[in-house]
Design a protein around this ligand. Structure first.
Ligand code: PGA
Length: 262
């Protein structure tokens, strides 16, 4: 983590919490962080609920003037039209989403999304005024054949093809072998790949963008490993799956600075 970049702690709910549960969750999270005097300018917090929750989350956040950010978990490559079941970036923007996740491994592998599709989604998000949160990461099999950063770096090169200086995006390095596994990558492993990904941003766009871009780590992040991860100089936050579904646990991750000195 560098002082030049505001850390982002993001909760990817995946297909969990319906819209009523989402309201209760966001309310409780906001109260918990308020009670703890959390400074949202110091550590940004975002949640990624299912599409059907977004309107409820938006209404609550606006009515109560909460400082939480939110976003969608996926976006269509298209802006409008005959694409049954898809959600346009424009619709997400209209709901005041700040971010959208693209290229999560569950979409890359279960929904067979290619690097080209992910590049088109990242572009569609950017063109709609959203900040794409681009996920990259290697599988255990990739690790047998390549060095750890090879696949994530190549996925990031593919995703950034249409990006130029000044475009805002977030990168999440999520080793697929660590997602939902219980054991995260070590801080050294996370740092090594994150630093290569920052070089990729510099090569694909420019040094200034690379210095500004936040690179998150994701995969079995918990309160007991967050401090080590956040001490990595090139890791600027985390994308949390399972541990983001419990308010106390997620709030404890958000408040990682309270557990150590930085
Ligand atoms: P996990 O998921 O924290 O449950 O490992 C992370 C993710 O898939 O984004």
């Amino acid at each position: 983590m560098s002082d030049a970049r505001t850390p982002l702690i993001a909760g990817n709910w995946k297909m969990n919490l319906d819209h009523l549960q989402a309201i209760a969750f966001v309310q409780k999270l906001a109260w918990t962080l308020k009670d703890a005097n959390h400074d949202f300018d110091d550590v940004e917090v975002a949640v990624f609920p299912p599409f059907t929750d977004l309107r409820s989350v938006q209404t609550l956040i606006q009515a109560d003037r909460l400082e939480l950010k939110f976003g969608g978990q996926d976006v269509s490559t298209h802006a409008l039209g005959a694409f049954t079941g898809e959600i346009s970036g424009h619709f997400l923007k209209q709901l005041d989403c700040s971010y959208v996740i693209v290229g999560h491994s569950e979409r890359r592998y279960r929904h067979v999304e290619s690097d080209e599709t992910i590049a088109a989604k990242a572009k569609a998000a950017r063109d709609s005024g959203l900040v794409p949160l681009i996920c990259v990461g290697e599988t255990a099999k990739d690790l047998e054949r390549h060095e750890p950063s090879a696949v994530p770096a190549s996925q990031l090169r593919g995703a950034l093809i249409d990006f130029k200086p000044g475009d805002e995006f977030v990168v999440a390095y999520e080793p697929v072998w660590a997602i939902g596994a219980g054991a995260a990558a070590t801080p050294d492993q996370a740092q090594n790949v994150a630093s290569v990904l920052r070089r990729v941003v510099a090569q694909m766009i420019d040094e200034e963008t690379a210095a500004k871009t936040r690179i998150l780590y994701g995969g079995s992040v918990k309160p007991d490993n967050i401090v080590g991860i956040m001490k990595c100089p090139d890791v600027d936050g985390v994308l949390v799956g399972g541990a983001s579904l419990d308010v106390e646990t997620f709030a404890s991750i958000v408040r990682y600075k309270k557990h150590a000195t930085f």
